[in-house]
Design a protein around this ligand. Sequence first.
Ligand code: ZN
Length: 368
Amino acid sequence: MKLAGNILTADGWINGHLTIKDGLIAGINRISGEIVTGAPCLIPGFIDLHVHGGGGYDIMQGGEAARVLARTHARFGSTSVLATTMTAPPAAIDAAFAAVAAVRRNPPADGADILGIHLEGPFINPEKLGAQPAYAIRADKEFINRLNAAVPIRIITIAPEFAENLALIPWLGRQNIRVQIGHTLADYEQCCCALQAGAKSFTHLYNAMSPLSHRAAGAVGAALAHARYCEIIPDLVHVGKGAMRAAMRAIPRLYGITDGTAACGMPDGQYRLGENDIYKQGNAVRLADGTLAGSVLTLDKALKNFIRLGDSLAQASHRLSAYQADYLGLQDRGRLEIGLRADLNIIDTHYNIIDTYIAGRRVGRDKD
Ligand SMILES: [Zn+2]
């Protein structure tokens, strides 16, 4: 199969053809080194490293939730995802892992590839739960080992101000689990200790963490000063434009995540997030008390929002694909290069997604 257009390669834009064979990119042939105005653009498929649900289902519900999530977010350009669990009693987290494992054994043909799990809590600060239910505990090697054997944990979000959590960071790194600082009241110095111990990123920068003030830089200040990688929710609801721009300038590889809930891709109404009811209205989803509870963001909108904030299309694309692949050490995706998985999005001149391919297979999409 041959796709024509402006192609974002590792060396920048070219105009030409991209050939797909056996699920991989078999060729990239240049017609011209110049972009052709009005032609569709081919960019890598999006990689969402923090997503709880979509299409009405939440990962903590178990069952087919991971399948529905993978299919729902594929319609919006995500070609790889990390199913993300919530703080909950250990048995509930075990059950969620078992359900994701079952879906991974029989994955949907038209869904994003489920790379593994982002374990968001339960090793977080009970005073900084955000929308996480109140089951925070301290890090527990045995529990993590058990979960990791069921489905690979690729990312873990912890609050490093607790000695047990901080102490486990080097061990987590050796298990090839990326440690992120989040749902935390750690001060700047405590975050620096966690970074020195091997923490690599921050979870939804600005949200559910100690803020930056001029004499107490907090987790936000540690991220802006030291992080190479950092996640952010670019829905322009969780973080305002000014704070978005500050992070985009300060952090070399700031990347977008959805933190998406069951309400993604769904009409306004009531949904579940972990054990809580949440209410979607327009671009936001909240607990009954008004606390933001994850998002309704999809990464096609994230692309447009980064561009609105000043990114070029190439830069915005990197924030949704290449940086995530590099962060997790994924060699087989995240870029348009010969030999990599044919995971890509074709977009029009208004940055709308026209088509998505996952391992060379075209994803059906609603045209509304
Ligand atoms: Zn989350």
